[in-house]
Design a protein around this ligand. Sequence first.
Ligand code: ZN
Ligand code: ZN
Length: 279
Amino acid sequence: MLLGGHISTSGGVSLSPERASVFGFRTFQIFSKNQMQWKSKPLDPNEIEKFQAEVKERSQHGIMVHASYLLNLGTSKRDLRAKVEAGFEEEIRRTDQLGISYLVIHPGSSFDSEPNIAIKNITEILNQAISEEQKCIILLENSAGQGNTVGRTFEELSEIIEGVEMKDRIGVCMDTCHAWAAGYDIKTEAGYNETMDHFNSIIGLNKLYGFHLNDSKNGKGDRLDRHEQIGKGRIGDEGFANFVNDKRLRSKSFVFETPLGEAGYSGDLDHLRKVLRSD
Ligand SMILES: [Zn+2]
Ligand SMILES: [Zn+2]
């Protein structure tokens, strides 16, 4: 399977491929800028070149950029929307400059509007930002359903995707903790099969490009976004066995976003190895 984790870019983005390969990762995820700030310095051309060379040397692929947490595409506030549009376009540009396959974004929140208005706002911004020249695919991440977040259900994600004109530039990244928190039973084999069949009928597995692999501190349907190390939470080894042994998912990117970060990935890997069947 194509496995990785969220990797620090401290000291320069070009250092991340090697940090990822320490764990044997064939893919990974980064922030291309400070995820809590609007402003960013342009990427240094030397860093871009070095990053791409390091990635190529390691045959890493299916890499993800996670967009800034500040970007609420669902906003109805005019001044904020202008900032969000500019910020989102900047994220797309940086992802393409680095030659990275996927840009993962939380769809948004209906904090200052209504859910149906937020969905309309999200599709408008997506259509405005996505261009013919764009290389990366934008992946909408399913939400845990905490607060006013949009994208808790596959139906909501599908509604957004249906509104996007350039369908080959939009897809989904499924966060296992969020799916569980949203009420999808991915722990039992029967529940997992039902969830994936449901996803396939509503959105299509061909639109599912990657996963955030996280256990959950909370219970199924609690709508709380609290990640836990793999096997140490309520999804547990039993749940992750479903994902790692599903042959339909072999080409998809799997990325840990567990609380300990790079300090915890060895332990996370041990749990996956334990449940991986060799057939
Ligand atoms: Zn995630
Ligand atoms: Zn989360």
